[in-house]
Write a protein that binds this ligand. Sequence first.
Ligand code: AMP
Ligand code: GLY
Length: 422
Amino acid sequence: MRVMVIGGGGREHAIIKRIRENPKVTELYALPGNGGIALDCECVPIGATDLERIAAFAVEKKIDYAVVTPDDPLVLGAVDLLESKGIPCFGPNKAAAIIEGSKAFSKDLMHRYGIPTAAYQTFHDPKDALEYVKTSPLPIVIKADGLALGKGVVIAETREQASEAVKSAMCDKKFGASGEVIVIEEFLTGPEVSVLAFTDGISIVPMVSSMDHKRALDHDEGLNTGGMGTIAPNPYYTPAIAEECMRTIFLPTVQAMNSEGRTFKGCLYFGLMLTPDGPKVIEYNCRFGDPETQVVLALLKSDLLSVMQAVTESRLGSEKVEFSKQCAACVIMASEGYPSSYKKGFEVQVPDDVKDHVLFAGVRSDNGMLLTSGGRVLGVTAVEDTLKDAIRTAYERTAKITFENAYYRKDIGERALKALEE
Ligand code: AMP
Ligand code: GLY
């Protein structure tokens, strides 16, 4: 079977490592992949949003199955295009990917179908938004409608910050067309949980829960990043909360998308906040999370490709999807300065005994060497019987990897360990 994976980060590396375990896979390509992913499959220098070239490559290589992972090709309609060429895909079509592509859409969806989320208003005109933040409660949350590389959310503590955020999105077009419409919403509090779920539009099968660490610095300080580390399972996500989420959020979301004629097939990501009033949706993503995938797939016992195909073929309900009872941790090693400016081009040294536990993101290969090429360079994972041991092992492995200007948070999983003690 010839399989291709679209994307080139640590999440894609995790997916590729699991897909290649399936003995049916004879050829495996990453588009574009990266220098580290190239250790595990063939990388093809076609960008993840270059849809026409992706489709041409798939046809030329007679690809049997495509996994489209990042948000932008999904929102642009990569799955629709590949399917029109007869190539079965894992991932939602364009009509369904809007659940991530437009926050105004997802908020309206939740509102219409009674799915718990923060109270909100949508604005198309900066004048109205500026007027609104003059008297709104504080803090207040301002979100660009469209994709913004995870940077489109501002939590404003003061009125000045709020109007600044409105102006920079709507007037200065900081996020381009993505910020022409904004959502302003109520500030919620409580622990955050990420739940990725397989769904074929009929059944929904949540994966093991996880916890991301989005801020750049220890103790959740510094700027928001794509994610500096993860642990799974998330101790705040008890069986009772999981049951409540299934009833009030997961199933209603699948049904709502069906009712809208936008059946979602793929991995649906629920960013949840466990508020004093119960679990609420902070955001939906139409794809696997990064770096949540790195810990969640480390605990998946079933064969990933078989589960993905069951989703594509609308038979998820009869597919066994099992997770290990162990715990996983992933520490992201970044270039110092990320997510602002940083230097790159430094050689990455990974000793043999930790190689199997490294998922590469921002690296390129050059004459047999791996050089840093991005902000988030790689993730180091560990699976152990307890969370404490998983975190310890992940950090022991991390300490053995070297490159100039390497930076990583030292407190991944600390909050989760505290929650377990409470
Ligand atoms: P998002 O990109 O939508 O995941 O938002 C980024 C981060 O902002 C989330 O992980 C939350 O920590 C925070 N956030 C987003 N919306 C809210 C909200 N309504 N109340 C409090 N925090 C929020
Ligand atoms: N880790 C959050 C995301 O993938 O959006």
